[in-house]
Design a protein around this ligand. Structure first.
Ligand code: SF4
Ligand code: SF4
Length: 433
């Protein structure tokens, strides 16, 4: 699609007449139909505090806004495939009818030439048969948040009364499987599970039969003034929770340490590379293999630059990234400005290129930079050995991990380059052990 084609309007913001310079053919929007509102109260979830950005709001995306959003999203994609992603808060709080209307509208706007992929990140606790029938019928890819076996999951993933949620989430997992819904697990790594990487991985693989596992480090930043309040958590049960901002160089007691993160990744990788290549999928391992093959990472955190994964609030406010839903990173609102304009704006371009241009020299000269790229800027709040600012808090963990996987990655990359399947690495390693 060489020229922009508007889909039809009712006095809404217009698609630019030509594609702005450097405008990406596709971009990712995490839409939040209920804003930060959730039925659970996970202690580490600083997204819950974002409710404070919209005092007195009902936090429900209207059908009119959905129509504007879908039109702008679809017409500003130059690719055939378009991902339509929902997160929260808890997106299922909108009810299944909201998504039925949304999917129908998206298909109408997109027409038969486009391929739509719907994804939803959920805590799972509100899912029932009706939901799962809908998710299966529309082939929605569901990300379910589980942090490991009960004690590790329930350490922080609790409801508004502080009660554990593992059993409810496990029931949701089983329901999704019964309905053949495409599902992956999102596992947050924090102080309660960080020392148990292998146990967590085996729980997913062996007890639940999970085949797609996303691993996310919990790093909650705070300033010296706010650290005590931050330690108390971000949910409603905390009496004085502040608005979470990516500020400060202290971290809460729930946060994973750099050494724990490296060890967790390494333990899981070692089990995976010896037994599960081609059977279990961990996006950060796939991204690393891509890096060893000289490819660009599909994950923003391991890319040289970022800025093409934006977040949209329930009222149409668009922010530079899901992790930067804060006033300084507001790009505009889709009711008054087109998504394409916001993605192409100098503010957003600067946000994305800063990931590469603000790297400290320790990263610039690092032998695993091709795979790490200093990870996400939100975690770059420590100093290098030379006292330079901007080193990633998790650096020690990433350096250890990427160094550790060099040999098996080289083996897998060579297998793929010579037209053989990467899973032959398991036999090669077994022979060498
Ligand atoms: S700030 Fe981090 S999470 Fe956000 S787009 Fe950039 S790399 Fe990705
Ligand atoms: S391992 Fe550390 S020094 Fe190397 S690129 Fe990553 S954050 Fe930078």
């Amino acid at each position: 699609m060489s020229q922009p084609v508007s889909i039809g309007r009712r006095g809404e913001p217009e698609l630019p007449p030509t594609w702005p310079e450097g405008f990406p053919p596709a971009f990712h929007v995490l839409a939040k139909p209920t804003g930060a509102i959730c039925n659970l109260d996970c202690t580490y979830c600083f997204f819950l505090s974002k409710e404070q950005l919209y005092p007195g709001d009902r936090f429900r995306m209207s059908d009119d806004l959905v129509a504007i959003y879908l039109t702008q999203l679809i017409e500003s994609h130059q690719t055939r495939e378009i991902t339509i992603a929902f997160q929260g808060g808890e997106p299922t709080l909108m009810g299944v009818e909201f998504y039925r209307r949304l999917v129908a509208k998206a298909k109408e706007v997109a027409g038969p030439q486009r391929i739509l992929e719907f994804t939803m990140q959920t805590n799972g606790t509100l899912l029932d048969d009706e939901w799962c029938e809908f998710l299966a019928a529309e082939q929605v890819l569901v990300g379910l948040s589980i942090d490991g076996p009960p004690a590790m999951h329930d350490a922080f993933r609790v409801d508004k009364q502080g009660r554990p949620t593992y059993e409810r989430v496990k029931a949701a997992w089983e329901l999704l499987q019964r309905h053949n819904v495409a599902t992956n697990v999102l596992c947050s790594v924090h102080s309660a599970n960080a020392d148990h990487g292998l146990e967590v991985y085996k729980h997913f693989r062996d007890d639940l039969g999970v085949r797609f596992i996303q691993l996310i480090p919990i790093v909650e930043r705070a300033t010296p003034e706010l650290i005590d309040k931050a330690d108390a958590g971000w949910g409603e049960r905390a009496s004085e929770r502040p608005l979470y901002l990516q500020e400060g160089s202290l971290v809460t007691e729930r946060s994973v340490t750099p050494a724990q993160w490296g060890k967790f990744l390494t333990e899981v990788f070692d089990e995976w590379v010896h037994n599960d290549v081609g059977e279990v999928f961990v996006p950060s391992f796939d991204a690393a293999l891509g890096a060893w093959l000289g490819m660009q990472s599909p994950m923003c955190i391991f890319s040289e630059t970022c800025g093409t994964a934006i977040a949209m609030e329930h009222n149409g406010d668009v922010y530079s990234c899901d992790h930067y839903v804060e006033p300084d990173f507001l790009l505009g609102n889709i009711a008054t400005q087109h998504l394409a304009e916001m993605v192409a704006s100098p503010q957003q371009q600067a946000f994305g290129s800063a990931k590469a241009t603000t790297l400290p020299s320790q990263c610039v000269n690092c032998e695993v930079r091709f795979a790490c790229h200093g990870e996400c800027p939100r975690n770059r709040f420590t100093t290098t050995a030379d006292g330079e600012d901007g080193l990633n808090y998790l650096c020690e963990g990433y350096y250890g991990f990427f160094t550790h996987i060099d040999r098996p990655m080289k083996v897998m990359a060579e297998l793929l380059r010579t037209g053989r399947p990467a899973d032959e690495v398991m036999a090669i390693l077994a022979k060498a052990d």
